[in-house]
Design a protein around this ligand. Sequence first.
Ligand code: GLN
Length: 194
Amino acid sequence: MVKIGVIAIQGDVSEHVQSISRAMDILGIEGSVITVKKVKDVENLNGVLIPGGESTTITRIMNKSGLTEKIRKMYAEESIAIMGTCAGCVILAKEVEGGEVRGLELMNMKVMRNAFGRQKESFETFVDVKGLEEPYPAVFIRAPIIEKVWDDCEVVAKLGDKIVGARQDTLLALSFHPELTGDHRIYKLFFDML
Ligand code: GLN
């Protein structure tokens, strides 16, 4: 029985809750998904999802509430799985360019915020993702680019020559929004890390 928490401060929270629950149904996984606002909400979770939204806002509140510290500790001690999409990708990175964001800083990667331009430059395209047989329909909304990865952090998705997905141990970071496409396959990659 797996239990996943979606950080519910700002951004695409309900979309992820619905998509995770739907993916569990499709894949026949017994589990539950909850929203996380406070430190007490993350107790007993196997996985944490950090949604897209505004990384500055999300980190400010996560840091203040103690969630950042608590999630770092759970990752270090219990190897929980963490998936971050778009703003969540920024929050997972050790190095961030394009604004002051001090998030979880767990993944050995450098991320450039808003690297594809403004909201109106949002787009959808197919991306090859390691572990998926067919290309994935990826939605980019003021998305970050992963400029480089190092040590045990591995590139798992690319758009042309740009890195848009990386994995390190039980951490998965994606520049795009799997909660908006109805394609559950990315969630399977997340569940497989639990
Ligand atoms: N530009 C946002 C940030 O860096 C991310 C955009 C998104 O999550 N859709 O916080």
